[in-house]
Design a protein around this ligand. Structure first.
Ligand SMILES: Nc1ncnc2c1ncn2[C@@H]1O[C@H](COP(=O)(O)OP(=O)(O)O)[C@@H](O)[C@H]1O
Ligand SMILES: [Mg+2]
Length: 260
């Protein structure tokens, strides 16, 4: 059975139709990469999967149930711009998810639960390679380290679904390679289902087990907002057999270059 199911999702803002007829069945543990022109609705689609926003029509089911109408710990999210808290250290940032859960009013946990939170935060610091930087504040970290912290923070509550919106877009190529390797490792270890938007088509092919391209199929020059984007390509990818898709990859890179 499909784990994440989108049925006929449409989103409009005012009289502008952004997404239309987006239907999708995604298996548990898939790594779905999403590409598409800027402004075509990729982030909007992630916000819907996060439960941050309701579609104008259609709905999403997770594990056979209608999605809760708000974000919950089942779903983690990482944005391009670091979502960590600037006034908290690395360790404090990683303990925060437990603090928030511990007390909705005081934002603090005590005693055994505090120790447990600290242990989990400590283990996550090792996993993301930040154990040496426990007491540093985000401003004292490189971009790659901040993004590792954001990923660690999103993973702490063991989300079943991880949403990533151009998470490595602001990083230099070397750091980006390291981050890609870390993400694949975490994905394999946790078995979580990943949706990752990227503007880097090569990255989409390298990381994904499935690639979605969002685009408009219809366009009316008189009314540019009349039609929304939908999934125009849905390609299964095999990490071991990249040759098969090399021709499609080349064609997509070419079409993106043409549009730019
Ligand atoms: N809350 C909103 N209100 C009105 N328009 C919005 C809102 N959010 C996004 N948009 C518009 O919807 C379109 C799709 O945005 P977005 O999903 O961010 O695209 P992408 O992530 O593919 O670049 C854009 O034209 C954007 O300006
Ligand atoms: Mg976006």
């Amino acid at each position: 059975m499909s784990f994440v199911t989108a049925r006929q999702i449409a989103v409009s803002y005012g009289d502008a139709l952004i997404l239309e007829r987006v239907s999708l069945e995604v298996q548990k543990g898939a790594f779905v990469t999403i590409v598409g022109a800027s402004g075509c609705g990729k982030s909007t689609f992630l916000r819907i999967l996060l439960g941050q926003e309701q579609p104008s029509s259609g709905h999403v089911e997770i594990d056979g149930h209608p999605m809760a109408p708000e974000p919950d710990p089942e779903r983690g999210v990482v944005f391009q711009k670091y979502s960590v808290f600037p006034h908290l250290t690395v360790l404090q940032n990683l303990m925060l998810p437990f603090e928030l859960e511990g007390s909705a009013f005081l934002g603090r946990v005590f005693g055994a639960r505090k120790r447990e939170a600290r242990d989990k935060a400590q283990a996550m610091m090792e996993t993301i390679g930040l154990a040496h930087a426990a007491k540093r504040f985000p401003a004292q970290l490189s971009g790659g380290m901040q993004q590792r912290l954001a990923i660690g923070q999103a993973l702490l509550k063991r989300p079943k679904i991880m949403l990533l919106d151009e998470p490595f877009g602001a990083l230099d190529p070397g750091t980006r390679k390291d981050m890609q390797a870390l993400l694949l490792e975490l994905w394999r270890e946790t078995g979580m289902t990943v949706f990752m938007v990227t503007h880097d088509i090569q990255e989409a092919f390298e990381l994904g087990t499935r690639l979605l391209v969002f685009d408009k199929v219809r366009h009316d020059p008189q009314y540019p907002n009349a039609y929304g984007a939908t999934v125009t390509y849905d390609l299964p990818l095999d990490h071991g057999e990249r040759k098969k898709t090399a021709a499609i990859e080349a064609a997509l890179i070419q079409s993106q270059t043409d549009k730019a």
